[in-house]
Design a protein around this ligand. Structure first.
Ligand code: ISL
Length: 571
């Protein structure tokens, strides 16, 4: 059942978003790289699944240093993915089927091959010099030598955030790869060039934007050094370049300049590493006119160690759930949550938080229900709906992601014996886990391409694939379909208040209520049976053919019931 778009105050309130990472989705021309033609061929899959919005990761012309998150032209399509005409066909087909299209907007930085940067780098007198962050070497240095960088910040992709340009004797800032120079949003010409581009896409029929690292566009202009750990070359400059003094002003300006006045309200989703609950409430408070929702990262950090993602920590599912519960509570009165387990930067949820060996189907479905029945807009990342798992990468040759490859190079430069440890961490947390091709069927290359795939296909595609699951009512896919349909028909899932009953691992239990009726979800996030008081009520959803009634839940079992408000739940 499609939803009724006019039921809520804004069209996206009861929507489910599906992320397509085009490179890995489906290849239509046999070059081994997914493309828009492949997306067109598989729109039926998205329609059948029942999602409402497609978020398309970058399709713009790009040297592909960071798989398209390095944009060389904001108003065209990379030939590897198709053309503006193919994109039009995608938009049209989605609209025909009552789905909407959100593009990825990557404007914290451009590619170093973008004409703006080429112009800026042509010399200190370029009219666009100030469009990027150029700075002289540290006093006492000539530039290019270790320690001469204007600040000591560590980049997201290892090394320094500064690249020396011998021609001008200055450095430019790049928080990500050296091929991703940061735009200077202090300059109003930059901001208006971005707003023009956004309006141009909306004129083409696009329905909204997912905005890459949008909280990094306002930085402190004095660029202070970060505190340094003993022996470290680089420190964490995050507090100085994230959510800077003008972030709200810039987003309000963008909102005024771009989002107002369209027939269909534009959907705006800000990706915001490090965002706090209080900030997120401000960013997404409709009264402030900034964004509709933000991606927060707290629950993605629960298995990161003290030194970030490359240092591991023991997974504590209680901590995972209490983090999500805090976000539910924090954005209850003001703002709106986005809900996600996966995207193109994160390992696969069933491998990360579930039990892919012993309870693959049960853990994939329990985790799905726990996420989708929270308050907010759920996002499904391609392949999540069929329970795709992490890839058993064994060698560096199989890796494609610049973040992982830079991490390997940097670590091995210090310690030549570190490879086994590095590979172990990459297998667990590396971004390539999300980027192996979508497993369409059990055939060669999983039906992704007739050519040689750009990154290896997971060997488990012979058993985990879309063809095998589509018509199986007990499949992970059918469970996702059911969750989406439930959101579309059940206002409690969309607007019901959220109240946590239990987030003591391994049990998570919460209630969604409108004051009269409530949905009660109970899930066992472990591979052993666990006790959880049965609240009674009519059965709404379960991930077993015969859902448990009573106070015990099977491993990775989830049960949802509906009951009148006010009955005491036995403890
Ligand atoms: O992937 C991460 C951790 O491994 C994050 O730190 C990620 O780099 C951060 O969330 C920003 O991500 C976004 O911008 C990057 C791009 O590489 C990512 O793919 C994108 O989602 C730079 O554009």
């Amino acid at each position: 059942m499609r939803r009724d778009r006019d039921r809520y105050d804004v069209w996206w309130r009861d929507a489910v978003v599906y992320q397509v990472y085009p490179r890995s989705f489906a290849d239509s021309d046999g070059d081994g790289i997914g493309d828009l033609g492949g997306l067109l061929e598989h729109i039926d899959h998205l329609d059948h699944l029942g999602v409402d919005v497609v978020w398309l990761s970058p399709i713009y012309p790009s040297p592909q240093d960071d798989n398209g998150y390095d944009v060389a032209d904001y108003r065209d399509v990379d030939p590897v993915f198709g053309s503006l005409a193919t994109l039009d066909a995608v938009t049209e087909e989605l609209h025909r089927r009552d789905m909407r299209l959100v593009l990825d907007l990557v404007v914290n930085h451009t590619s170093d091959e973008h004409p703006w940067f080429i112009d800026s780098a042509s010399g200190p007198d370029s009219p666009r010099r100030d469009w990027y962050w150029w700075r002289p070497p540290r006093p006492g240095f000539t530039g290019g030598e270790p320690g001469a960088e204007p600040t000591n910040w560590a980049g997201f992709f290892s090394g320094s955030t500064w690249e020396f340009d011998p021609a001008s004797g200055e450095y430019y800032l790049h928080l990500f790869s050296r091929k991703q120079p940061d735009l200077n949003w202090e300059n109003p010409e930059v901001r208006h060039a971005v707003y023009d581009t956004m309006r141009w896409w909306l004129d083409q029929g696009v329905d909204g934007f997912r905005m890459d690292v949008i909280n990094l566009i306002s930085k402190r202009t004095d660029l202070p050094d970060a505190p340094l750990a003993p022996g470290a070359r680089h420190g964490d400059g995050f507090p100085f370049y994230a959510s800077g003094p003008r972030i709200h002003e810039f987003l309000q300006e963008m909102n005024r300049e771009v989002f107002r006045g369209w027939d269909v309200p534009v959907l705006s989703i800000g990706e915001m590493p490090g965002v706090t609950i209080d900030d997120a409430a401000d960013f997404t408070d409709p009264a402030r006119g900034e964004l509709d929702m933000v991606f927060q990262f707290e629950h993605m950090g629960v298995d990161h160690g003290p030194d970030g993602k490359w240092s591991g920590a023991e997974l504590d599912r209680g901590h995972l759930m209490s983090t999500l519960v805090r976000w539910q509570e924090g954005l209850a009165e003001r703002g709106w949550n986005s809900l996600y387990w996966n995207n193109h930067d994160q390992p696969r949820v069933v491998s990360r938080f579930g039990d892919p060996e012993r309870f693959w189907r049960e853990s994939a479905t329990a985790l799905a229900a726990v996420l989708h029945l929270q308050r907010g807009t759920p996002f499904i990342y391609q392949g999540e709906e069929i329970g795709m798992t992490d890839m058993p990468f064994t060698s560096v040759d199989e890796l494609r992601d610049i973040e992982s490859l830079n991490f390997v190079a940097e670590t091995l430069a210090d310690d030549a014996d570190a490879l086994p440890r590095v590979m172990e961490r990459i297998r667990r947390i590396g971004r390539d886990n999300a980027r192996t091709p979508v497993q369409w069927d059990a055939g060669p290359a999983a039906g992704f391409t007739t050519g040689q795939p750009w990154i290896a296909v997971n060997p488990n595609h012979v058993s985990i694939n879309a063809a095998a699951q589509r018509d199986d009512p007990a499949s992970v896919y059918s469970f996702y379909r059911e969750l989406i349909a439930l959101r579309h028909r059940e206002p409690l899932v969309v607007t019901g208040d959220f109240r946590a009953l239990d987030s003591n691992a391994p049990i998570v239990a919460f209630v969604r209520s409108d004051g009269t009726e409530e949905l009660v979800l109970r899930a066992n996030l472990s591979s052993e049976p666990a006790a959880s008081a049965d609240p009674g009520g009519e059965l709404v959803l379960g991930n077993h053919a015969e859902p448990s009634r009573g106070d015990m839940l099977r491993p990775w079992e989830v049960v949802v019931t509906r009951r009148p408000v006010g009955e005491l739940i036995p403890r």
